[in-house]
Design a protein around this ligand. Structure first.
Ligand SMILES: O=C(O)C(=O)C[C@H](O)[C@H](O)COP(=O)(O)O
Length: 205
């Protein structure tokens, strides 16, 4: 079943941002996250294994697997071919935005300025990543942007933690946050990931 970008953002308060080096780690990570209550999984195309990781994770019941770090239309095509059901990018270019709109795939392009968001609105997009959130002025900056650009909704990502997520999630223009903290680097510890996911899934919106 295909979901709208809003539905993807409403699956849980947190979209875990995943950098997975080994295909063997895909299933245990996805299973632990879904079990902990985080079904939307962003697999970044930062490792050679990423497309195979998407294919593996898509087999996990309940998982809604997307691709992150998508930089251009050919990566968008490859991610969708691998089974990605939503697309996240660090920034917004016209070729990528147009390709995502044409593909009718839920798309969260990274934005950090009013101009970025306005270019997205011109393309018909209304939901954006705010990236890198903590270093682009943090919540005061997003509040200032969301006032005039009041139709836009955001997934702040970059520097978000379990500790600072609640202040972002309390805002009406924030639908969810993204972050890598839920899956610590190193050997996969399913119990630990599940516990971190459970804590993240319980954050109030
Ligand atoms: O490459 C992309 O497209 C990204 O999505 C970047 C990630 O969102 C951030 O690198 C996650 O930031 P941290 O949670 O601070 O580790």
């Amino acid at each position: 079943m295909s979901l709208s970008v809003e539905q993807v953002m409403e699956l849980a308060p947190v979209i875990p941002v995943l950098v997975v080096e080994r295909v063997e780690d895909a299933l245990p990570i996805a299973q632990a996250l879904v079990k902990g209550g985080l079904p939307a999984l962003e697999v970044t195309l930062r490792t050679p294994a990423a497309l195979d990781v998407i294919r593996e994770m898509a087999k996990v019941e309940g998982a809604v697997v997307g691709a992150g770090t998508v930089l251009n239309p050919s990566q968008l095509d490859a991610a969708m071919e691998a089974g990605a059901r939503f697309i996240v990018s660090p920034g917004l270019t016209e070729p990528l935005g147009k390709a995502a709109v044409a593909a009718r795939v839920p798309f969260l392009p990274g934005t950090a300025t009013a101009g970025d968001i306005m270019r997205g609105l011109e393309l018909g997009l209304t939901h954006f990543k705010f990236f890198p959130a903590e270093t682009s002025g943090g919540l005061p900056a997003l509040k200032a942007l969301a006032a005039p650009l009041h139709v836009a909704r955001f997934c702040p990502t970059g520097g978000i933690t379990a500790e600072n997520a609640p202040k972002w999630l309390a805002e009406p223009f924030v639908k969810c946050v993204g972050g890598s903290w839920v899956v610590p680097k190193g050997p996969v510890d399913g119990a630990k990931i599940e516990a971190l996911a459970r804590e993240a899934a319980a954050l109030a919106r």
